[in-house]
Write a protein that binds this ligand. Structure first.
Ligand code: AHG
Length: 337
């Protein structure tokens, strides 16, 4: 590393951003710091997953009937504990838990933010050492301060979100964070244990050459969707087709690539998953907020993901997300009638 290079840590960066607003209290920055601390603890366990006796199934089944991995449980507990001790969190909802958790101590009840997260996304990749991630988002509560937060705080439209981010545990560990000011990426510098600014003002390319979908589901898709996949595979030099196909099976990793290289990622509804597979509150909304703030587009095929009014905590929605021109082309030519 160049010794003269000035490293800017996540903390320094958020404080600098906060200073741009005279009204800002710094509570959002504190929350981001707490979440990044939890993710550093998760990262430590993820890094030694092959060494410690933490690989394999935990034996429990989560609310959606999926087998939890030991690291899922660990990541969930770490995030809950850190946020419970946070100065600025009134409660949380997690993909791993049936219901939201309202923190009922006096300080938390006076906090104005709630946090939602998928503690360890792509957990089927843990055993094969492929990238996994943590996804989070922050909302200002709508319930009365001084009382425990309530379900309505969590069932807000994504467009009300104040900040969202993900941490990718990959060849390096990176935190990507979006606020109304834009999207920035911070790489973990392990020797000092700090996330440092490495990708300033990230933008999602308007066009791309990669489509990302579980192609094994093709036979379960509608005729229109199958026609769109045929379009992606068709030869046409002018439009750079056939597109390359990339699919890791970990939304964080697939969308991180989409954000950096451009492309379209989709998990549509199919005959088996009639509402799609991915969760609105913990996966689709935060990722849509990040991609939109970076200039991309995210839709269910019918409406902007961020405009969907959530009805329940574990609701699923179809998603088509990524480079503006690719997603819009899909909408203009292949969306369902
Ligand atoms: P989980 O967190 O339960 O491992 O889910 C992973 C999600 C998402 O990250 C990924 O894009 C998708 O499920 C993969 O699903 P398929 O295996 O059905 O393609």
């Amino acid at each position: 590393m160049n010794p003269n290079r000035k490293l800017i840590t996540l903390d320094e960066f958020t404080v600098m951003q906060t200073r741009q607003f005279s009204q800002a209290t710094g509570e959002l920055s504190t929350l981001l710091r707490d979440i990044s601390l939890a993710c550093k603890l998760i990262n430590k366990q993820v890094n030694k997953a092959g060494l410690a006796d933490i690989l394999g199934a935990h034996g429990a089944v989560n609310v959606q009937g999926e087998e939890q991995m030991k690291l899922d449980v660990y990541a969930d507990e770490i995030l809950i504990n850190v946020l419970k001790n946070s100065a600025d969190c009134a409660g949380i909802a997690s993909e791993e838990n049936d219901d939201f958790v309202a923190f009922d101590d006096q300080h938390s009840m006076n906090s104005k933010y709630v946090v939602m997260f998928d503690p360890l996304d792509g957990s089927s990749n843990i055993d094969v050492n492929a990238s996994i991630g943590t996804i989070f988002c922050i909302y200002k509560r709508v319930s009365e301060l001084g009382k425990p937060c309530s379900k309505e705080d969590f069932l807000q439209k994504g467009e009300n979100m104040k900040a969202a981010g993900y941490v990718i545990y990959g060849s390096s560990t990176m935190l990507v964070c979006a606020t109304k000011l834009g999207v920035n990426g911070f790489t973990l510098e392990p020797s000092i244990g700090e996330f440092c600014l490495s990708h300033r003002d990230m933008k999602c390319k308007e066009d791309g050459k990669i489509y990302s979908v579980n192609q094994g589901n093709t036979n379960k898709l509608s005729d229109k969707l199958r026609a769109y996949l045929d379009y992606c595979m068709e030869e046409d030099k002018e439009t750079n087709r056939p597109y390359s196909h990339r699919y890791i099976g970990s939304m964080v990793a697939d969308l991180h690539r989409t954000l950096i290289k451009g492309g379209i990622f989709m998990y549509p509804a199919d005959k088996k998953n009639v509402h799609g597979k991915l969760r609105l509150l913990y996966e689709c909304n935060p990722m849509s907020f990040i991609v939109e703030k970076a200039g991309g587009v995210s839709t269910t095929g019918e409406q902007r993901v961020l405009e969907v009014q959530p009805q329940e905590l574990h609701q699923r929605v179809p998603i088509f997300i990524g480079s503006k021109n690719m997603v819009n082309y899909y909408l203009e030519n292949y969306k369902e009638d």
